[in-house]
Design a protein around this ligand. Structure first.
Ligand code: KIV
Length: 278
């Protein structure tokens, strides 16, 4: 895969070619995403839940995202790397938003940033884009608003919400965003937004007619065994596989069948006699 840029995503939409995107938070998965020719990798603030063990994305800091973006940037040469601006790193004032966006590129090694919100953040998006930092928007369910929304329920079923989500999408496009994530939006509304926008829409729980799809790595790999979000498809069951591997390892260590000669290193045993007396 040749190095992917924001221009490629615009061309993919024009050609009607779908855009796959996944999250990654470390070097190893970033290398694998590159090898699998995933065009867009997101260092999402979902890392707060799936990596750091928080209950929501609210506690995630800019330093957390920079730290994980560095790992991803070291491992991935060809995907477009998008890094999330965490909660309260772009709401206070535009100067600070710009500085924080720049840190994700300069220190983290991201190529673009993503932030949540539509009309309310449009002027911030414009300010960042004017400094040549490409911005991906994120509307519908915006997890950083969990306390205001009171949960993660689908948004856009009522006429009022649907109108607002369309207005948000248009505002982001007008502000210069190069793509927009639609999260937990009814499929028919996503279709209308996708038709109305010239920039790509990337869906998560937003139906098949978005220009692209994004999935959280841990969801798609089945790393969590107790909860599978309705919008996720498990392409593997690594949580179960890892659990079985750990359990087998534990049995073998306990019963002495690991390690064997294959995992051990020999030496000239006469040397051991020279250890006598030490
Ligand atoms: O943080 C994240 O993983 C995201 C995706 C769900 C789009 O924002």
């Amino acid at each position: 895969m040749a190095k992917v840029t924001v221009r490629h995503l615009a061309e993919m939409k024009e050609r009607g070619e779908k855009i796959p995107m996944i999250t990654a938070y470390d070097y190893t998965t970033a290398v694998i995403a590159d090898a699998a020719e995933i065009p867009v990798v997101l260092v999402g603030d979902s890392l707060g839940m799936v990596v750091l063990g928080h209950e929501s994305t609210i506690p995630v800091t800019l330093e957390d995202v920079i730290h994980h973006t560095k790992m991803v940037a070291r491992g991935n040469r060809n995907s477009l790397i998008v890094a999330d601006l965490p909660f309260m790193t772009y709401q206070i004032d535009e100067g600070q938003s710009l500085r924080n966006a720049a840190r994700l590129l300069q220190e983290g090694g991201a190529h673009t940033v993503k932030l949540e919100g539509g009309e309310k953040v449009a002027s911030t998006v414009r300010r960042i884009v004017d400094c040549d930092i490409p911005v991906m928007g994120h509307i519908g369910v915006t997890p950083q608003s969990v306390n205001a929304f009171g949960g993660y329920r689908v948004r856009g079923r009522s006429a009022e919400q649907a109108r607002q989500i369309l207005r948000d999408a248009l505002a982001l496009e007008a502000a210069g965003a190069y793509a927009v994530v639609l999260e937990l939006v009814p499929a028919p509304l996503s279709r209308v937004i996708t038709e109305r926008l010239s920039i790509p829409t990337i869906g998560i729980g937003a139906g098949p007619e978005c220009d692209g799809q994004v999935q959280v790595l841990h969801d798609m790999l089945g790393l969590f065994t107790d909860f599978v979000p309705r919008h996720a498809k498990q392409y593997a069951h690594l949580g179960q596989t890892i659990k079985e591997a750990f359990a087998q390892y534990s049995i073998e260590v306990r019963n002495g069948s690991f390690p064997t000669e294959n995992q051990s290193f020999s030496m000239d045993e006469t040397i051991l006699s020279e250890l006598d007396g030490i």
